[in-house]
Write a protein that binds this ligand. Structure first.
Ligand SMILES: [Zn+2]
Ligand SMILES: [Zn+2]
Length: 180
């Protein structure tokens, strides 16, 4: 597909799923050519929040992948800016995700999604023994805990039960994009 113009999609979904509660004037929406490890990301610095979608990951995929990724990031924005919760993929996020998935649209929102991403030079992967997921890393990082498990079982706070174990990354494995 081509590159979707994001504001009309944002407004449509803000109306359909969020009662227009996400403050558009506090949010930047943009595509990134450089972000290739994740399909999308949401972040906020002070008062300025930003949703970024990855051009390399999403442009080869069907349009539904862009829409689903946008809505995923919009749930992060809603949890952060409207509910003012700090939780990552925590209970508020998941409840909203299930609500949207249950509405019978063509959107499928998930916490993790298997998109083919361009191969990365990562030589390590971090494994969470609790949930079994692995995430590629370029180098080892001490003291990291699995974000998904901390969000799911510990209210988004770090917990040593979910410490990641670094292991050499098998070569020629294609990367797996996480929803940011
Ligand atoms: Zn985990
Ligand atoms: Zn996410």
């Amino acid at each position: 597909m081509g590159v979707a113009f994001l504001p009309p999609l944002f407004h449509r979904y803000n109306r359909t799923f969020f009662a227009q509660a996400i403050p558009y004037d506090r949010l930047r929406l943009r595509w990134s050519r450089r972000m290739s490890r994740a399909a999308g990301s949401y972040r906020r610095r002070g008062d300025v929040a930003e949703i970024v979608l990855s051009l390399p990951v999403l442009s080869p995929l069907p349009a539904s992948a862009t829409r689903s990724t946008l809505v995923h990031e919009m749930i992060h924005a809603w949890v952060d800016l409207v509910l003012r919760q700090r939780e990552g993929h925590g209970p508020c996020f998941r409840a909203k995700m299930e609500d949207i998935n249950g509405q019978g649209t063509d959107l499928t929102i998930s916490i993790r999604h298997h998109f083919p991403v361009p191969p990365t030079p990562s030589s390590w992967q971090a494994r969470c023994d609790f949930c079994g997921t692995t995430t590629p890393y370029q180098r080892r990082v001490k003291g990291l805990a699995c974000r998904a498990c901390c969000g799911r079982f510990n209210g988004g706070r770090w917990d040593r039960r979910f410490l990641l174990r670094f292991e050499p990354r098998p070569s020629r494995v294609r990367g797996e994009a996480r929803w940011g």
